[in-house]
Design a protein around this ligand. Structure first.
Ligand code: HEC
Ligand code: HEC
Length: 286
């Protein structure tokens, strides 16, 4: 009996290990789909497509009234990337937006374009997975210009990231979707915005933020609340998924960057279903 029990235990352990995603695979999935780090951090070719073999080696320059900052080289290159940082230092940059003390830009908060106020929500195992993946990518030597900060760094607290997530909230699709929408910082672009401050409390999902930085032209983020006229309340599930993953609006119009449609194209169907479940719960706003 005992021996049979041990065999069953060993076998179930084996199957768990075979089924489970490794930390690097999980990190790869998060970085390259919902979190779209490369949308900011990867260099682009003349057609605006991210260059795969230079992935994550430094990307867009954001020229705003508050700062001029280029998305850093986050490959493991020890001199121009983050190869010499400890795991704790990388995690701190991600969830607090603060650089390590040993760099020449000692302890300085990163420009608020780096969505640390959203990444604060990351579960510890997802944070570990992201670090494991970043350590596994090809080191690319690419020196990035130092940022210039003109006003003190201000990060708008995101309510769902402040309250945090735990596994018990993942029993329902809406809870899982809220987590994905948080770490995907969807509402950073899609909430009401004025003079550099996001209004997540009374303008969640209402849209209206315009993007002129990084040569993105005059595109304005849409209202993605459940409002039936101003928002996406009457869009079908398929229409919303097509907008997110293919960048095609309900009326067939091609949607413009900076939303990272090609990244979201890699999302699992189950994750897209959870995102939809959450979006359906966003209170209507005109
Ligand atoms: C919306 C654009 C944007 C996204 C998305 C983004 N970042 Fe950043 N990130 C930046 C910018 C810009 C900086 C540099 C800010 C500065 O210099 O003040 C930065 C800085 C960093 C740094 C500090 C590196 C250094 O050398 O100082 C790390 C680490 C980092 N990002 C990792 C990530 C990871 C991992 C992801 C995805 C999970 C991510 N970022 C997503 C824009 C972004
Ligand atoms: C970096 C900013 C940014 C992020 C992050 C972002 N979006 Fe968008 N999104 C936009 C902009 C801008 C548009 C409008 C593009 C246009 O009109 O050409 C848009 C359009 C959309 C649309 C189409 C709505 C319509 O009426 O046309 C949907 C749906 C949408 N986003 C959902 C999401 C979801 C869900 C996420 C997170 C997974 C997300 N967005 C992340 C900027 C962003």
């Amino acid at each position: 009996m005992l021996r049979l029990g041990v065999i069953v235990l060993l076998l179930s352990g084996f199957f768990d290990a075979a089924m489970a995603e490794s930390a690097i695979e999980r990190g790869d999935y998060l970085v390259n789909t919902i979190m779209a780090c490369g949308n900011c951090h990867s260099p682009r070719d003349a057609n605006g497509r991210t260059i795969a073999d230079k992935a994550l080696s430094g990307g867009l320059t954001f020229n705003t009234p508050a700062f001029v900052a280029t998305a850093s080289n986050i490959t493991p290159d020890p001199e121009t990337g983050i190869g010499s940082w400890t795991d704790a230092e990388i995690k701190r940059a991600l969830i607090e937006g603060v650089r390590p003390d040993h760099r020449h830009l000692s302890g300085v908060p990163l420009a608020a374009i780096m969505p640390a106020n959203f990444y604060k929500a990351l579960l510890p195992e997802d944070l570990d997975a992201i670090v494991a993946y970043l350590r596994s990518v090809k080191p690319v030597r690419n020196e990035i210009a130092d940022p210039v900060y003109k006003t003190p760094i201000h990060r708008d607290p995101y309510p769902d990231a402040e309250s945090g997530f735990n596994k018990s909230m993942f029993k329902e699709p809406v809870g899982r979707g809220a987590y994905l929408v948080t770490i995907g910082h969807c509402m950073e672009c899609h909430s009401a915005w004025s003079r550099g401050v996001s209004d997540f409390r009374t303008g969640l999902g209402r849209g209206g933020r315009s993007f002129a930085e990084a040569g993105l032209g005059g595109v304005t983020a849409a209202n993605i609340t459940s409002d039936r006229t101003a928002g996406i309340g009457t869009w079908s599930d398929q229409e919303i998924v097509r907008a997110i993953t293919q960048g095609i609006a309900r009326d067939g119009r091609i949607l413009k960057p900076p939303m990272g449609y090609p990244f979201y194209a890699g999302l699992k169907q189950s994750d897209l279903a959870d995102i939809l479940a959450y979006l359906r719960t966003v209170p209507p706003l005109q």
